[in-house]
Write a protein that binds this ligand. Structure first.
Ligand SMILES: Cc1cc2nc3c(=O)[nH]c(=O)nc-3n(C[C@H](O)[C@H](O)[C@H](O)COP(=O)(O)OP(=O)(O)OC[C@H]3O[C@@H](n4cnc5c(N)ncnc54)[C@H](O)[C@@H]3O)c2cc1C
Length: 382
């Protein structure tokens, strides 16, 4: 154990926020034999940030950027390691379909990722789509589908708990129910201020999700409240994931994409709208958790237009917080203010699948290892 001149314990790395990314960063750092302190204001797997709601979509052919493909692949390996360590199934590989017009962002982005990395993505024309995916209505005759056989569904709460447990098992000190008030870097390290006393570390990884801009002022991240919705089968309908595999698709006549998947055993189907900016900044500590009349009309109309098997009135709703960056890519790396602080976040609605590997990248940067893949497009100073 390291101590400073006045005898205070100095950890190698303090990890602030043990949500999707921070829990994995703490695990990957502790797995390297480092002295790690992980600090979380709630309990791991809680419903107050950006990582609850039972499922998240996993895709390898990432339409958001071809550079995400190696991150998704490394993430899959790490999710599998966490499954082995925890005995819990975290990632169910089901395959998934991206549907849109040729030239649309859904189709061109997926094709670009597949082409850059030689992914086994299969192209389906509208007839083939209708034959193979009878659960989808309102396909435009010009639509094409891209089947990503490596896509699947992750269980976010269980994955976070598994990563925190793995960090603890590797020797990390985990402090929950404690809120970090400020992070102060200096020439020799970082002081993490907590109500119950400061933590001193040589470096900090700050993975505070929607709270990141509070702790690292100047980061271009906008926290924004969103609503998640689940649907049950109509009488005689089939809402299962076999009938409605994981999807992202456009809906003709509607100016929106939708995403989701059919029901896993014993659960409901999940459908959400693509969250398109500009986004109003919401205070993550004062999110309105009530769902108001009129808020679900949009998704109800989209489901009615698209899924004949689903009852369009949502069966379950909850609120969640996104953390958007201006270009929709994450932030992973040091900021201008100090290279003692590595930030990791800026989910922009698509980071959960990558979170185990984003934790690994944050760990690598915090110990000056070269990152396992090129991440210039995620540099917070871009
Ligand atoms: C509705 C919705 C749908 C999504 N769908 C998908 C999807 O299908 N696929 C996908 O890949 N991604 C998806 N995402 C994105 C993904 O779920 C989130 O990006 C990701 O989980 C965020 O991870 P994070 O670690 O940055 O933040 P979080 O998981 O929110 O973690 C931040 C943690 O920091 C803690 N914290 C903050 N401030 C402090 C403090 N001062 N002191 C102590 N602790 C603190 C918080 O309590 C929290 O636990 C979706 C997001 C939303 C909101």
């Amino acid at each position: 154990m390291r101590a400073d001149a006045v005898g205070q314990h100095v950890a190698d790395v303090a990890v602030v926020g043990l949500g999707a990314i921070g829990s994995s960063a703490a695990w990957r750092l502790a797995a390297r034999g480092l002295d790690v302190v992980g600090i979380e204001q709630h309990e791991p797997g809680h419903p107050w940030g950006g990582s609850h709601g039972r499922t998240r979509l996993f895709r390898v052919a990432c339409l958001e950027h071809p550079g995400l493909v190696p991150i998704a692949r490394r993430a899959r390996e790490l999710w599998r390691e966490l499954e082995a360590a925890s005995g819990e199934q975290l990632l169910l590989e089901t395959g998934g379909i991206m549907i849109g017009q040729p030239g649309s962002r859904i189709i061109e982005g997926t094709l670009a990722a597949a082409a850059a990395h030689g992914l086994p993505v299969e192209r389906l024309d509208a007839d083939e789509l209708a034959r193979r995916l009878p659960g989808h209505a309102r396909l435009d005759p010009g639509d094409v589908g891209l089947w990503d056989p490596e896509a699947g569904v992750l269980r976010p709460e269980a994955a976070i708990v598994a990563a925190v447990d793995a960090a603890r098992a590797a020797g990390a000190t985990i402090r929950t129910g404690e809120r970090v008030l400020a992070i102060e870097p200096d020439a020799s390290g970082v002081t993490v201020h907590l109500a119950g006393g400061d933590v001193r570390a040589r470096r900090a990884v700050v993975a505070a999700g929607p709270w990141l801009p509070q702790l690292v002022p100047g980061l271009a991240i906008t926290p924004h409240r969103v609503v998640m919705s689940w649907f049950r089968a109509r009488e005689g309908g089939d809402a299962s994931i076999e009938r409605i595999p994981l999807f992202i698709r456009s809906v003709p006549g509607h100016d929106a994409w939708i995403w989701g998947h059919g029901a896993l055993a014993g659960d409901l189907a999940k459908v959400g709208p693509e969250f398109d900016g500009p986004f109003e900044a919401d205070d993550p500590d004062a999110i309105d958790r009530e769902i108001h009349a009129g808020e679900t009309e949009g998704i109800r109309d989209l489901v009615a237009a698209t899924f004949p098997d689903l009852e369009p009135e949502p069966a379950e709703l909850t609120t969640c917080i996104m953390a958007h960056t201006p270009d929709g890519q994450f932030v992973v790396g040091p900021t201008d203010a100090s290279d003692r602080v590595v930030v990791a976040g800026g989910c922009s609605g698509h980071s959960f699948k990558h979170a185990s590997a984003l934790g690994e990248l944050a760990a690598q940067l915090a110990v000056d290892e070269p990152p396992f893949t090129e991440i210039g497009f995620l540099d917070p100073r871009r």
